[in-house]
Design a protein around this ligand. Structure first.
Ligand code: GAR
Length: 195
């Protein structure tokens, strides 16, 4: 079985879906949920699901990304992950960190990449008058929200949508997409999934 570590920063709803999916004949199992925020609600949810957790508070490192990552690597390497899933992890990673897990670190981003890398994706999609929105799972490279796409899920933009209503619709699609993309990837299939 492939060992999966999941990095979060917040509520961790995608993490919960990933953890719940890794059962039965799934080729992977969760071995760690780690957060840069000790108060992240997702840490408690992971513990309830029986997954070991770790917190490394980035604020203790005063902007020194390399020092933060060195501290994060302690619990991460101890868990011996084969695959790392970023799931609402809101810290930019250095090229050194990314290189260490090249080809086996996944991220989910709440837009149809290459549209809208970075923040405020839903507001930007509405501002542009897009008729559809969605989410992307991709392999992480040292370029933010770039890298080979493993899968995308599309949703319609509805009349009257706000960034919040659109975000909620996209998040539901994320919950279908990320477990499906991880299952395929962990099973050795890196071909693109479209939902
Ligand atoms: C998700 O919408 C995810 O795509 C997004 O944060 C949310 C986390 O929700 N990720 C990013 O914006 C990454 N830059 P969750 O904690 O409930 O999974």
């Amino acid at each position: 079985v492939r060992r999966v570590a999941i990095l979060i920063s917040g509520g961790g709803s995608n993490m919960v879906e990933l953890v719940r999916s890794m059962t039965g004949d799934h080729p992977a199992r969760p071995v760690l949920v780690a957060s840069n925020d000790p108060a992240a609600a997702g840490l408690a949810r992971a513990a309830e699901l029986g997954v070991p957790t770790a917190a490394v508070d980035h604020r203790a490192f005063k902007g020194d990304r390399a020092a933060f990552e060195a501290a994060l690597l302690d619990p991460l390497l101890a868990a011996r992950p084969d695959i790392i899933c970023l799931a609402g992890f809101m810290r930019i990673l250095t090229p050194d960190f990314v290189r260490r897990f090249e080809g086996r670190m996944l991220n989910i981003h709440p837009s149809l990449l290459p549209k809208y890398p970075g923040l405020h994706t839903h507001a930007r999609a509405l501002e542009a008058g897009d008729r559809e929105a969605g989410a992307t799972v991709h392999l992480v490279t040292s370029v933010l929200d770039d890298g080979p796409i493993l899968g995308q899920a599309r949703v319609p933009v509805q009349p009257g949508d706000t960034a919040a209503t659109l975000a909620a619709r996209v998040l539901k699609a994320e919950h279908r997409l990320y477990p499906a993309a991880l299952r395929r990837f962990a099973g050795g299939d890196a071909s693109r999934l479209d939902l």
